[in-house]
Design a protein around this ligand. Structure first.
Ligand code: GUN
Ligand code: ZN
Length: 436
């Protein structure tokens, strides 16, 4: 078959290292050209150098004045909680009882699950997120519906069936110790098209030791699957885990004891970890998924970015919808910045854009596949519009550095700043009603 080549002219930004630890961590091409062949990156560089290399007849899409970056990667959120986003509650545990469990109950219905998944994916792509690590519900139907919807859009998505067999309503309970459905779902979806599977114990309080043991076996049998769970989000939750697992050194230690800390293990929140926990995160190659809009909304606490960096822990950003209050990774950066400020530190915008792209890809062992414009990577990218609102346009006209421009986008931007979203080289979202 003939090769399909497309080219995009804009400013280009992507990373090859973590700007917190490396100088020259990124590439910036003010007048750049991104060349995509058969859904993968063929070249990214200066327009002046690459323009003449284009095959005859290939006319670049003109996105001058906009910034193209790799699509955002959201490492923690719950698609079944879309309908209950912004539900008021006095903290995590009452929020789960009052809103979450009744909402998740409906996902035994494949039609409801599919319709919610479609809305959810619309919303993610509108916000410039091209990869997400997603909790489904305990129902296998919720996983089938999600991957059917994401594969129809050719998105690289990670998801899994929630595992819980205690301390939850009967209508959301696995048979004690049950794991077989997850194994069947791994065989069906893991590495099928662009889908990847995450073994998904909800959190330690809702799995019996029998189920945790079975999860340990499953994780061992499928070492390249993801693992996702929650840890040390809320103080009441932490006390509850101490009561349920009195022999464990810490909350994180429960997962550690079952061999669930490893590369491709993503731990949501990580707010109340101690020094030894942080050291174990680093030593095992596990990653923290930091969810600032959720943590501020539920009043869970403030993640310590400086401590995590000092310990060498891989850090990523998640929205945690529906406890998170936005699907936008720009708004997630906005809140991350303020959380870091309250801990006395400063998160540069360049660092936050790294965390939302290459940093997440690395933490997920997907470097070279997503998160950057290295040759051969999948062409998941977004077109950011610094003129997308009157205020952002006015602020952008006064930005003197790339850092200032990215900072303004992170603090003031949301879905309106996403002019277009591409997945594997195909446009999956274009903003209507653009001002310019
Ligand atoms: N801990 C256990 N389940 C959940 C959930 O659905 N959301 C959040 N934020 N924390 C949890
Ligand atoms: Zn969560």
């Amino acid at each position: 078959a003939p090769h399909t080549v497309q080219a995009y002219r804009a400013s280009l930004l992507h990373f090859h290292a973590d700007p917190a630890f490396t100088e020259n961590a990124y590439s910036w091409h003010q007048d750049g050209l991104l060349i995509v062949e058969d859904g993968r990156i063929k070249a990214a560089g200066d327009y002046a150098a690459l323009g003449p290399t284009l095959p005859d007849g290939v006319v670049p899409h003109d996105y001058r004045g906009q910034i193209i970056t790799p699509g955002f990667i959201d490492t923690h959120l719950h698609y079944p909680q879309t309908d209950m986003i912004a539900s008021p509650s006095e903290g995590l545990l009452p929020w789960l009882e009052t809103y979450t469990f009744p909402t998740e109950r409906r996902f035994s219905d494949p039609a409801h699950a599919r319709a919610t998944a479609e809305f959810f994916l619309d919303e993610l792509t509108r916000c410039g997120t091209t990869t997400a690590v997603v909790y489904c519900t305990v129902h296998r139907e919720s996983v089938d519906a999600f991957f059917e919807a994401s594969e129809a859009r050719n998105l690289r998505m990670v998801a899994g069936k929630v595992l819980m067999d205690r301390n939850c309503p009967d209508f959301l309970r696995d048979a004690e110790g049950q794991i077989g459905e997850s194994e069947a779902l791994i065989n069906k979806w893991h590495k099928h098209n662009r889908s990847l599977y995450a073994i998904t114990p909800r959190f330690a309080p809702t799995s019996s030791t029998a189920q945790l043991g079975a999860i340990a076996e499953l994780a061992k049998a499928f070492p390249d699957t993801f693992i996702q769970t929650h840890v040390s989000e809320n103080k009441d939750e932490c006390s509850w885990v101490r009561e349920l697992f009195p022999d464990s050194r810490s909350y994180l230690g429960v997962y550690d004891g079952y061999g669930l800390m490893r590369p491709r293990a993503l731990f949501g929140h990580c707010i109340w970890l101690d020094d030894e926990d942080f050291a174990r995160m680093a030593a095992t190659g596990s990653a923290a998924s930091v969810c600032p809009t959720s943590n501020l909304f539920l009043g869970s606490g403030l993640f310590d970015f400086e401590k995590a960096d000092g310990a060498g822990v891989q850090v990523t950003l998640g929205t945690d919808v529906g406890a998170g209050t936005s699907f936008s990774m720009l708004q997630t950066m906005n809140e991350a910045y303020k959380v870091a400020r309250l801990k006395g530190s400063h998160l540069p915008a360049l660092r936050m854009f790294y965390l939302a792209t290459l940093g997440a890809a690395r933490a997920m062992d997907l470097e070279g596949t997503i998160g950057s414009f290295v040759v051969g990577a999948e062409a998941d990218f977004i077109v950011l519009d610094p003129q997308s609102t009157p205020l952002l346009a006015r602020r952008s006209s006064h930005c003197n550095t790339l850092e200032e421009q990215l900072f303004a986008l992170a603090l003031l931007g949301d879905d309106r700043a996403i002019r277009a979203t591409y997945a594997a080289g195909a446009k999956v979202h274009e903003r209507s009603g653009a001002l310019a």
